[in-house]
Structures are given as structure tokens and as C-alpha cells.
Design a protein. Structure first.
Length: 158
């Protein structure tokens, strides 16, 4: 009798995990319906760059979070990762948006952009984790060139 109870318990334990797995898959599929993804509104106005090189470095290292031209990787479009990425991009755009240059949406951080880049705070280290966005992992020379170019671009925009 006790042996039969053990078998029933094993069967129930197996079925519980199966139902939990099915439930997790259903929840994962349902959260994909939440429309919280990165969107790219039209570009309103871009800065008058001091040089094409500054713009190229900014596009490589900054535009995914600081412009209306974000290009999320395929897995960054899947919830719940997409929710985190969308929030990150919205915060980045509210601080500095190269696609809405000179508008009221441009934050105070625009004036500090060059210093932030020079100090290595931008792009953030998690942006290049595991080789992702590898081109944004700037060398010290590129970082200095971008900082100098941003400083010059911002100065001529005033």
C-alpha cells in the first residue's frame, strides 16, 4: 500500500512540473502581446556636426539609445527584455536625443555629453557585454575624438 502511494506521488510530481512548464510557456507567449517595444518616431532635427567622423562615432556608440534611429537586436524585441530595453531607450532619449536636436526635449545632460563619454560612463559597459554592440566599445583614442567632437558640436549649437 505504501509503495503504491509513492508511485502516485511520483506521478503527481511529474505532472505538476509539466503543468508548471505549460503555464510558463503560456505566460511567456501572452506577455509578447504587451505592446511595450522600442519605437522610432521621425527624426525632427539633427545637430550640425563638427565633422563626419564625430557623427559616425556618435552613430556607432550613442544612437541606439540617444536618437530616434534605434536598432534593437532580435532578442531585444522579445518581452520581458524588450520592456527593459524600451525603458532604457526612453531614459536615454529624454536625457539627450540627437534626432530632436534643439527642441525642448533635449535634456540638461546634452551639455555634459562630452565629459560623460570622455570619462567612460557612456556608452555603458552593459551595452557591450558578451560582445554585443562591439563597435560601440570605443578605444581610448576614439573616446577622446568623440568627446572632442561632441564638445565642438554642442558649442556651435548654442
Amino acid at each position: 500500500m505504501l509503495g503504491d502511494m509513492g508511485k502516485v506521488g511520483d506521478v503527481l510530481a511529474k505532472r505538476w512540473w509539466q503543468w508548471a512548464l505549460v503555464g510558463a510557456v503560456v505566460v511567456f507567449l501572452l506577455i509578447q502581446l504587451v505592446p511595450y517595444r522600442v519605437s522610432n518616431p521621425p527624426v525632427v532635427n539633427e545637430p550640425t556636426w563638427d565633422s563626419p567622423q564625430t557623427r559616425a562615432l556618435a552613430v556607432t556608440a550613442c544612437y541606439d539609445c540617444h536618437s530616434n534611429e534605434s536598432k534593437p537586436l532580435w532578442f531585444e524585441k522579445i518581452a520581458p527584455i524588450s520592456w527593459w530595453i524600451n525603458n532604457h531607450v526612453e531614459e536615454g532619449r529624454s536625457a539627450l536625443n540627437f534626432s530632436e536636436w534643439g527642441t525642448s526635449k533635449q535634456g540638461e545632460e546634452a551639455r555634459e555629453a562630452a565629459e560623460t563619454v570622455r570619462e567612460g560612463e557612456m556608452p555603458p559597459s552593459n551595452y557591450t557585454w558578451l560582445g554585443l554592440h562591439a563597435a560601440a566599445n570605443l578605444t581610448a583614442k576614439q573616446r577622446q575624438q568623440l568627446a572632442d567632437g561632441l564638445r565642438a558640436t554642442i558649442a556651435q549649437s548654442k
